[in-house]
Design a protein around this ligand. Structure first.
Ligand SMILES: *Cc1c(COP(=O)(O)O)cnc(C)c1O
Length: 230
């Protein structure tokens, strides 16, 4: 078995175990394979093992891979920061955007979504740990952002995304993810279509799944360490 195949199997088992431990339904969590910096051949290898959802951070690189893998029925997720002058190719080529943190970005994505395509699924990125350096809107600004963007017919506001401050303290992880779960729960009163919590990475996946994550984003554990010098 290739390294990617065996890594993927291990990660899928870890996800399933965390889902079972949390007493949630078997298919409650989607594994997003974060493939930034990886060549198209690595994604093809993951596809051969049944992986369908891929997360990318860097626009130019992702567009090349989307083109190279156009023969496969993949679901593409944009998870990186978006500059407002780069929204058009994201709107044209992705199925999901997890990193919408401002109304302007959401509005541009909506305006630039091609007419023949289904609405773009978006998550609102929340700076849940309140880190000054982190992307995402503040928790108190989420209701207004959700209200504004649900008006856009070319978007479906599916839920929330967060990248909490890294910590090994599982109680702290659970507390932070629990705040995300509560935030989503409060929004669902006005926005019942919101069904997604994109949270959990290699080091905090179990805590995220216990708190209701529906999408975990895993890169290194599937594809190996990234080599940024390459
Ligand atoms: C890179 C990245 C991940 C995956 O990180 P790994 O450490 O490779 O598992 C998850 N989410 C986001 C937003 C990322 O940029």
């Amino acid at each position: 078995m290739s390294t990617i195949a065996s890594n993927l199997e291990t990660v899928c088992q870890q996800v399933q175990m965390a889902v079972a431990q949390a007493g949630r339904p078997e298919n409650a969590v989607t594994l997003l394979a974060v493939s930034k910096t990886r060549p198209a051949a690595d994604l093809r290898a993951a596809y051969a093992e049944g992986q369908r959802d891929f997360g990318e951070n860097y626009l130019q690189e992702s567009l090349e891979k989307i083109d190279a893998l156009a023969d496969l029925p993949l679901c593409w997720h944009f998870i990186g920061p978006i500059q407002s002058n780069k929204t058009r190719p994201v709107a044209e080529h992705f199925h999901w955007v997890h990193s919408v943190e401002r109304e302007k970005i959401g509005r541009r994505l909506a305006e630039q979504r091609p007419a023949g395509m289904p609405p773009l699924n978006i998550c609102l990125q929340v700076n849940i740990s309140g880190e000054a350096s982190k992307s995402g809107c503040l928790p108190e600004d989420v209701p207004a952002l959700a209200a504004a963007l649900t008006q856009q017919p070319a978007l479906v506001v599916r839920g929330l995304m967060a990248i909490p401050q890294a910590t090994d303290d599982e109680a702290e992880q659970r507390a932070v993810f629990g705040r995300m779960q509560q935030l989503l729960c409060d929004l669902q009163t006005d926005h019942p279509q919101m069904d997604t919590l994109s949270m959990g990475m290699s080091g905090d996946m179990t805590a995220a799944i216990a708190a209701g994550s529906t999408m975990v984003r895993i890169g290194t554990a599937i594809f190996g360490a990234r080599d940024y010098s390459a």
